[in-house]
Design a protein around this ligand. Sequence first.
Ligand SMILES: Cc1ncc(COP(=O)(O)O)c(C=O)c1O
Length: 351
Amino acid sequence: MDATQVINELVADVQGGLLGTSGGRFFGWVVGGSVPAALAADWLTSTWDQPAALFASGPAIAIIEEVCGQWLKELLGLSPGASFSLVTGCSMAHVTCLAAARNAMLAKHSWDVERKGLSGAPPIRILSNNQRHGSIERTVRLLGIGNDNVVDLPVNRQGHLDSGDLLRGLQEHAGRPTIVLLQAGDINTGVFDPFEELIPIAREHGAWVHIDGAFGLWAAASPKYQHLLNGVEQADSWAVDGHKWLNVPYDCGYAFVADSKAHWASMSHRASYLTHDNEARDQIDWTPEWSHRGRGITTYAAIRQLGKQGVAELIERTCQHAHRLVTRISALQGAGKRAKEGVQGHPRHAL
Ligand SMILES: Cc1ncc(COP(=O)(O)O)c(C=O)c1O
């Protein structure tokens, strides 16, 4: 078929089958549309079609990614020394971070998981509040940790994990390789776990702390909301999405790992036909994927368009919209007691 005809028919055929997800009035999930520069950069990404695996296979793309890594760590208040990778979304960011955690936690038990696999390894425990996002269950399945090894800890009336419950969980599983999962922005309530209080406890017990910050980690970019993330920088790994609050098109998440050696050990790859660079960063060493698109290009464009202040304004403006919605809906006659209680009892640790 003629290419133009294919596209014309494609556009005609999807009529009525697309949702308005890229519009400002889409309230289904915590995703938005696209920052204009990011949308245009997405078209360029496909047009350039660079394989973003090695510096040698696309030097410009590798360098754009390095710049993005530095900018993102600055915006999110993470250590400049943390390693990072650009992945398809927060789910794969969890996989990347927890693969590094698996390496480091089992290495403490003299077990080389990359070589030996999990069969015969000391079982890894994941302690997490019982409201965690479903992407964690899938991560645990993919990594062979198994859902029976995820230990549910309760949330308090404010919707977050308490230090007493975390301590009890850690003591119960003492001596085992343990990962503590904390939440930066609960999907239903926007609640943040109190990191300053919880992370030192987990670390004292030798646990790896992973943060699910799919959208909430972006609050770090806002002077008004960054207090919600106090202490989060003490964690071991962080997963966050670009296609949520930064508003780049879909297919964009970020993984950050404090222990870059564990990250590298779990992801790196060598082959005789590949030209590795000794000085530049080869993306393949940090991502679960081999071939993939130049995922950093949209992030680079969004951050350049918005700037640090623009990202902060975006976070604060959308929180203001959400607050107005809650306030006005709960003021409606007959809107129900629960909505009103929601406003009055707004949790201290929530957006
Ligand atoms: C808190 C939280 N974690 C993880 C995810 C999974 O992210 P993704 O769909 O980008 O894989 C989401 C998505 O909604 C989320 O809200």
